[in-house]
Write a protein that binds this ligand. Sequence first.
Ligand code: NAD
Length: 379
Amino acid sequence: MNSIYRVAVLAGDGIGPEVMREAIRVLRAVEAASTLRFQLTEAPVGWAAIDAKGEALPAETLNLCRQSDAILFGSVGLPDRDPSISKERRPERAALLRIRREFGLYANLRPVQLPLALAHICPLRPERQGAGLDLLVVRELTGGMYFGQPKLTETLPDGQRRAIDTMVYTTREIERIARIAFESALVRRKKVTSIDKANVLENGILWREVVSQIGREYPTVTLEHMFVDNAAMQLMIRPTQFDVLLCENMFGDILSDEAAALAGSLGMLPSASLGSKGDHETTFGFYEPAGGTAPDIAGKNLANPIAQILSAALMLRYSFRQEAAALAIEQAVTAVLNQGFRTGDIHNASDPNCRRVGTIEMGEAVSREIAKVLLAAQT
Ligand code: NAD
């Protein structure tokens, strides 16, 4: 019998609650077809929490996160709500940034998968998509240019203003993110492409040195280095060459959005942010869809729940080390797409094999497949 995994479930605003409901349905289907058990405890966050408790991340919600093994998050923020509330109290800052800081979330993982069944939503020509896209961007999240000091704007004696941002990385910061990239590659196609600007930046030289050193601990993983400008181009020309892309914070910010565009819809893209909790060095994870609260389609059974469902799969992989169950969810999603199930964002009206469904029907279809995939794996 496995232990019971404790999950803080924070659905948030907009489409958050409806896509989260489907992710929970899928986790319950995993339980029904395996020995895994989840203690899923829901708590308010975002505007839902401001309405109920007066703040975007109430103390009870934060305490629940501290007592849990992982956080499964929906999304927060409603642009049209009460403009009089200060930026500091709005959910994007008060909830998201607070959680990032609290749990030292230093690694952001964004898998981008485009199964062949969805070739029509990719902006690239079919011949550039190969047999379907499948890459993982591993981005350092707490260092580099966004956090380095000094960071200021000053006025010079001649009246000009000067802005300074500082790019800083220590070997330890590079080592720990590199290890996550190599560990991820081990359960994928065993290739890491490390992105830097070693031809111009001191940071790039150190990054390349340290990543190469860590790479020697993983002899079965192929390591290549690529300058960031070339990587931006290669993602458009031949994205199938990539397995794991390892990036510092700013390069990862830009390249992960470029890579995400290849998947065609935000509704398909999960993400994981990994860090540590308390004094423990164990992997603590925060799992959320790449998209936001999508107020334009909220409450209409139109949202694609796949990003939220795949975020739950990442939680099983990275926080609970349950690779078989994570894979089962991913395979169930692929199977459902191959069967033609499509929410509006990925629907192709000219394909007679496509069946347009709502959020609930998509979640139900994936849940039905889970049982088949897990039972087939056991026999
Ligand atoms: P958004 O991601 O919410 O929506 C952009 C477009 O993508 C919309 O057309 C939307 O309908 C579509 N979309 C997103 N997710 C979808 C899904 N699952 N299925 C189908 N279509 C989907 O971005 P936005 O409109 O710029 O932001 C709305 C709010 O969300 C803002 O308040 C923003 O701050 C917040 N936001 C929160 C997070 C987060 O919680 N991590 C991330 C991004 C944006």
